[in-house]
Write a protein that binds this ligand. Structure first.
Ligand code: PBG
Length: 337
């Protein structure tokens, strides 16, 4: 039996129908409020020793650690896809890690070799160098440790030396990810003093003590060494006002841009920062966020690429100037195609 539908009297709308602009693809395109382009995407790379060497990361299916020569190839692909910058993270060989993290300021360390190789082969792409001790220390902490305490000012002194060797090797942007107090001002001062006035600082300003960093720690080889957690320096996930204080402080100390990290669980912080400060804000879609999408897609629970695009667009909608994402190359290529 055929249904009989009765039309309700909609006069109260006064002709206002929001669905009107959603009816067709051309109209949806016309009213779209935010855009995602390859220049919004920053690609993190994990660097390992060796030649023509790549290794799998168990918890990040589809992401590989690459030797320096392969990083150069990756940089070319990124440049060709319109990606503006790469963020490098070294997986320092075990025998070079120590409690004082001295490898962090060895001018010939893996990070510096990768920076200079990419800079000379692919000069047109921006290079972001992470500065923190976890990638060089035997404790897996971002700072120097004494009697279980993470030392602030002593760590800053090491970070300055690390930032200087990275800048000399070709880093365009120094990105301190350690959350020590005062490091932005100290690094700015040191860079200026050594003739690196043009080297930018992208401060990991609001970086939370997050469970979503798990796969990254496997990628750089710090996961199994980390004793305890990072809650005495990374932020408490219950806080938002405090993130504004961190960002304000880093801007006052001379940061050129600031970062919020992790990404999707902290979109409220991105939006609040965008409304409060007049500076480029980047969000980091971290390793655990990547793993969640990959594993949900592999289980058939979500449409993989649809979920990826939606997640990246959310950062733009929230006000981010760009996103550090392991999906950068794939998405930049597809957007550009
Ligand atoms: C620390 C650093 C971390 C990440 C970037 N820089 C991990 C941590 O703070 O323990 C995480 C990035 C990710 O999870 O993708 N140098």
């Amino acid at each position: 039996m055929a249904e009989t539908w009765h039309k309700h009297d909609m006069d109260f709308l006064g002709g206002r129908r929001l669905r009107r602009s959603r009816r067709t693809a051309w109209s949806r395109a016309m009213v779209r409020e935010s855009l995602l382009t390859p220049s919004d995407l920053i690609w993190p790379l994990f660097v390992i020793d060796g030649h023509n060497e790549k290794t799998q990361i168990r918890t990040m299916p589809g992401v590989e650690r690459l030797s320096v020569d392969l990083c150069v190839e990756a940089a070319k692909a990124a440049r060709d896809a319109g990606i503006p910058a790469l963020a490098l993270f070294p997986n320092t060989p075990d025998h070079l890690r120590s409690t004082n993290g001295a490898e962090a300021y060895n001018p010939d360390n893996l990070m510096c070799r990768a920076l200079s190789a990419i800079k000379s082969a692919v000069p047109g792409i921006g290079l972001i160098a992470d500065v923190a001790l976890d990638e060089y220390s035997s404790d897996g902490q971002d700072g120097l440790v004494r009697n279980g305490e993470i030392l602030n000012d002593e760590t800053v002194a090491v970070m300055i030396r690390s930032a200087l060797v990275q800048s000399k090797a070709g880093a365009d942007i120094i990105a301190p990810s350690d959350m020590m107090d005062g490091r932005v001002a100290a690094i700015r001062d040191a860079l200026d003093g050594e003739g690196f006035e043009q080297t930018q600082i992208m401060a990991y300003a609001a970086k939370y003590a997050s469970f979503y960093y798990g796969p990254f720690r496997e990628a750089v080889g710090t996961g199994s060494r980390l004793v305890g957690d990072k809650r005495t320096y990374q932020m408490d996930y219950a806080n938002s006002d405090e993130a504004m204080r961190e960002i304000e402080q880093d801007i006052a100390e001379g940061a050129d841009s600031v970062m919020v990290k992790p990404g999707l669980p902290y979109l409220d912080i991105v939006r609040r920062a965008k409304d409060s400060f007049n500076i480029p804000i980047y969000a980091y879609q971290v390793s655990g966020e990547y793993a969640m999408i990959e594993m949900a897609a592999a289980a058939g629970a979500i449409d993989r690429y649809g979920a990826i695009l939606e997640s990246l667009w959310a950062f733009k909608r929230a006000g981010a100037s760009g996103v550090l994402t392991y999906y950068a190359l794939e998405v930049a290529r597809k957007l550009g195609a």
